[in-house]
Design a protein around this ligand. Structure first.
Ligand code: 5GP
Length: 201
């Protein structure tokens, strides 16, 4: 006689959807990379974008780099969990992969801008939303300029957008000021460990 395993998909607790948002240049990307390196059980959702790749970015890993036409088609087909226009380009979270991972019990983290984070909050009220703030606007400007990745025009657009985004910080569950990188990372880890589904995986 063969015994069936006691765990079935019906008993798997869904993973948690976590949204990390905050203005461009605040350090979300670097924080994410560190978190993922230390917690490979977290699923990072790779977004699609119409922006051109920056040096060192890899298609399918950093982003799925797609044309504006393909992006519009995916929007029309309802393939995005959320999407937004940001600084002249489109960005979106592929729906299927995220929902599948959550169903399998894996927590998923999205690193997205304000409009998309608002959409997720509206559609998934159980999602945990974290807003990363810069220590000051001047510091944010210094960080964006120091990256040296964007044209002057793109920097101005990102800074204007950042001013608006910062005003929205209180809409989110948790706010963290990214002053010292190690301290911010610690705070994020403490929060993530407190999520039971995260620590069980
Ligand atoms: P960057 O061009 O610097 O890689 O990203 C610009 C902004 O778009 C960042 O704030 C980043 O978090 C956000 N972003 C990246 N992927 C997505 C996405 O799938 N959806 C939304 N709404 N924003 C995204």
């Amino acid at each position: 006689m063969q015994f069936l395993p006691l765990i079935s998909s019906a008993t798997t607790r869904p993973g948690k959807l976590i949204v990390l948002t905050g203005p461009s240049g605040v350090g979300k990307g670097t924080l994410m990379q560190k978190l993922l390196a230390q917690h490979p059980q977290l699923y990072y959702s790779v977004s699609a974008t119409t922006r051109s790749p920056r040096p060192g970015e890899i298609d399918g890993k950093s982003y799925y780099f797609i044309t504006p036409n393909s992006f519009q088609e995916l929007v029309a087909q309802g393939e995005f969990l959320e999407w937004a226009e940001f600084a002249g380009n489109y960005y979106g979270t592929p729906r299927a992969a995220v929902l599948q991972q959550i169903k399998l019990g894996r927590s998923v983290i999205l690193e997205i801008e304000l409009a998309g984070a608002r959409q997720i909050k509206a559609s998934y009220p159980d999602a945990l939303s974290i807003f990363i703030l810069p220590p000051s606007f001047l510091e944010l400007e210094n960080r964006i300029r120091a990256r040296g990745q964007d044209s002057d025009e793109a920097i101005t657009r990102r800074l204007n957008r950042a001013k608006e985004e910062i005003k929205a910080a209180s809409e989110f569950d948790i706010q963290i000021v990214n002053d010292d990188f190690a301290t911010t990372l610690n705070e994020l880890e403490t929060i993530l460990k407190a999520i039971s589904s995260f620590s069980e995986l």
